[in-house]
Design a protein around this ligand. Structure first.
Ligand code: ADP
Ligand code: MG
Length: 566
């Protein structure tokens, strides 16, 4: 059970949580090898139970075998403290609310239980881990590595217990300070900073299943899988099926090795899973893995696909988080964050920018409310041939027009391909272009696949191809370049697979070719049409390469630039 300092930290922190602690302080020295102190303000251990706490199978947590089936408290084996005492010097000081005194017991003293000073709660000190077993001590990595593992363990537990305050220090230096918070606030504190502005709420229910949490948008993706919190019934797990379910939900928006960031809580009827298959492992055995996989994947996918217009109503989300609070007693309703923070009406600023008369007065608190603008607002101008500027209620919107258009074309093509109805545009004058022998052969061999994606492309001679029709959505693209790109993918992935496993890459290639290029001058009407399409398009926030398609610059951001106090 006791592999390294982090496993000790985990057991002690879980004991503190089981005891109903509202705050838990963890003090570490020497990466936890030298000393681990975990102090809580929980229920404490009565004097007579204190001597037992260090003996094997002394647990206060299971009454009957039936309880074992659906055990919800974190520990249930009654072995952890005994196992830790076997490899380190353990001192427990504890006081119950009924007692005026604290009592103390030490694993390596035979003085028994003594009286001590102390407040209500329990303080467990573990010193010199593995001092009796130098062979195991040798396997411990450097202090910094052990400390990192300790912190990771605490963060995993802390994310699932937002109401509990945590402090962690190492060698007297504060490392982590988490005040009691809502589940969402806690998750945002533990996840990377970019996550705060780039996530969607996940929320779904099915009979016996519920998932809640927050999934990072591709702009918050990471190079490593180091910001992935997944809980089953409040317990952190690392499960292949569940991790795959989440990853699959990102298939459309995250290409390559990028790793999504998320914090998700899955609630399952406890009789449908085996947790704690092994005491130190963080695995679950799902009795109905494929149904759960599908459920989780759909929930995350739906969250990522929310359009700006079709965002779920605020009330529903808050209601179900409150339900969860009632069910688990652990969460407070987390405020639902709209994808766009709509600040007070500020159109006056932009009238000023457009007309440039005198300095505008700061808007009075009781100023006439301006009519609400669409989520992405109205276009003002095009900048550097690349960006569309627009104003909405929150301030300034900056759109990467190529990336945004590419996303729109991609989503439309995907829907058309799924419906097996790609509207075609026949060319008035078929386009004949030079091609090498491989391209000609590929076009001949994969005529069927080409037809299914709306391309009428055929050999015209041993060194020429002729394009007669292409998907209507792609009519603006350079036909020859588009055809060559598609042939390249066909060769690379093979005809059948290009439409299944590699469908998204193919569509991305097509969409990229068709999207407006830099330096295309757009009229205001065209720009506004683009904004309206973005609002109606699923996953419109991200281009196919995981970059954002637009950003919001709020009036507060602008005020900061101009050092304007409010
Ligand atoms: P388990 O947690 O599986 O019961 P442990 O060996 O971790 O086994 O702990 C043994 C017992 O000691 C617990 O069942 C509990 O009664 C008591 N205990 C341990 N830590 C605490 C704590 N921080 N606060 C209150 N009681 C505790
Ligand atoms: Mg325990």
């Amino acid at each position: 059970v006791v592999e390294r300092p982090a496993s000790v930290v985990k057991e002690l922190v879980e004991n503190a949580l089981d005891a109903g602690a509202a705050r838990i302080d963890v003090r570490l020295e020497g990466g936890g090898i030298k000393r681990i102190v975990v102090a809580d303000d929980g229920a404490g251990i009565a004097r007579d139970d204190l001597a037992l706490a260090l003996t094997r199978h002394a647990t206060s947590k299971i009454a009957t075998l039936a309880e074992l089936e659906s055990v919800t408290s974190l520990g249930f084996r009654g072995e952890a403290l005994a196992a830790i005492a076997a490899v380190a010097a353990v001192t427990i000081t504890s006081r119950t609310p009924q007692s005026d005194l604290a009592y103390v017991i030490a694993s390596d003293g035979d003085a028994g239980v003594g009286a001590a000073a102390g407040s209500v709660g329990t303080r467990v000190e573990v010193a010199d881990l593995f001092f009796r077993t130098p062979a195991r001590r040798k396997f411990l990595r450097a202090e910094a590595t052990e400390l990192g593992h300790c912190l990771t363990q605490i963060e995993r537990v802390a994310a699932a217990h937002p109401r509990v305050a945590f402090t962690v220090s190492h060698g007297g230096r504060a490392l982590l300070q988490l005040a009691a918070a809502t589940a969402r606030e806690r998750a945002l504190k533990l996840l990377p900073a970019q996550f705060a502005d780039a996530h969607r709420e996940v929320q779904a229910e099915a009979p016996g299943l519920r998932v809640l949490g927050w999934a990072g948008l591709p702009t918050a993706a990471r190079a490593r899988a180091d910001a992935q919190y997944f809980y089953v019934n409040g317990r952190y797990v690392r499960d292949k099926v569940l991790a795959h379910a989440v990853r699959a939900a990102y298939a459309d928006v995250l290409h390559g090795g990028a790793q999504p960031a998320y914090c998700l809580f899955l609630e399952i009827d406890p009789t449908r899973i085996d947790v704690n298959v092994h005491p130190t492992k963080i695995e679950v055995r799902l009795r109905d893995a494929s149904a759960v996989h599908q459920f989780v994947s759909h929930a995350v996918q739906a969250a990522l696909a929310q359009t700006l217009r079709g965002a779920r109503p605020q009330a529903a989300a808050v209601r179900s988080l409150a339900e969860l609070a009632a069910a688990r007693g652990a969460y407070a309703p987390a405020p639902w964050q709209a994808p766009l923070s709509v600040a007070q009406p500020v159109a006056a600023y932009f009238d000023f920018l457009a007309a440039a008369p005198a300095m505008p007065a700061a808007p009075a608190a009781d100023a006439e409310p301006q009519p609400a603008l669409p989520p992405l607002g109205f276009a003002i101008a095009q900048l550097a041939g690349i960006y569309v500027l627009a104003h909405n209620n929150a301030g300034l919107v900056i759109v990467d027009m190529h990336a945004a258009h590419e996303r729109i074309v991609y989503e439309k093509l995907k829907r058309q391909l799924d419906a097996q109805a790609i509207p075609q545009q026949r060319l008035l004058i078929p386009q004949v272009f030079a091609a090498d022998a491989t391209d000609v052969a590929t076009a001949e061999e994969h005529a069927d696949t080409l037809a299914r994606i709306g391309l009428d492309l055929a050999p015209a001679s041993p060194t020429q191809l002729v394009l007669r029709a292409l998907p209507a959505l792609l009519a603006a693209a350079d036909g020859a370049a588009l055809a060559r790109a598609v042939l390249r993918e066909l060769r690379e992935f093979g005809g059948a697979r290009v439409l299944t496993e590699h469908r998204n890459e193919l569509l991305a290639t097509l969409a990229c070719r068709a999207a407006v290029r830099a330096n295309r001058r757009l009229t205001l009407d065209e720009m506004n049409a683009l904004l309206r399409e973005m609002e109606a398009t699923e996953r419109a926030d991200q281009c196919n390469h995981g970059r954002p398609t637009w950003v919001q610059v709020s009036i507060a951001d602008l005020d900061k630039l101009f050092l304007r106090g409010r």
